[in-house]
Design a protein. Structure first.
Length: 156
């Protein structure tokens, strides 16, 4: 994605500051942020650099968003949905539709990626193992081998 000339650093700063002012007061996500952010000025500066890097390809952000979010032990997918709703609302207040939708699209992709890293567990999504049947017994072990096959080594 190429940087948009319709987006400036000052607009990104306004978005970040206005959004997080709402987020901090929000009954759903405010407690999550207020519990983990000790220095709001530094956090807002860091997030402004993040969004500058995302939207203007400035390269200002040097952190690791996944590592930061993995420390949020009480965050849930519902928190991400609320975050996105407030972010969309704030972006639409500041930017024209084409620019706000570009921010929201990137935010949704980032949220999806973070949620996969935080909540997805492959074992929870693996297909259920079918129960053995006469037609499809469990893999052979010694008790299922016939006597004349018991001494052969299994090449697999």
């Amino acid at each position: 994605m190429l940087p948009s000339p319709a987006i400036s650093e000052s607009q990104i700063q306004e978005l970040v500051h206005r959004f997080y002012a709402k987020a901090r007061r929000d009954s759903e996500i405010g407690p999550v942020f207020n519990r983990v952010v000790a220095d709001w000025d530094a956090h807002l500066e860091n997030l402004t650099a993040f969004w500058s890097s995302v939207m203007l390809t400035s390269g200002r952000y040097k952190g690791n968003p996944m590592a930061a979010h993995l420390r949020l032990k009480d965050a849930t997918p519902a928190h991400f949905a609320r975050w996105l709703a407030l972010f969309r609302e704030t972006a639409e207040e500041i930017f024209p539709p084409d620019v706000s939708s570009a921010f929201v699209m990137r935010a949704e992709n980032i949220a999806r990626s973070l949620q996969l890293g935080m909540f997805y567990r492959a074992s929870a999504h693996a297909p259920a193992k079918p129960a053995p049947s006469r037609e499809h017994p469990e893999p052979f072990d010694d008790k299922h081998r016939s006597d004349d096959n018991a001494d052969r080594s299994d090449p697999a």
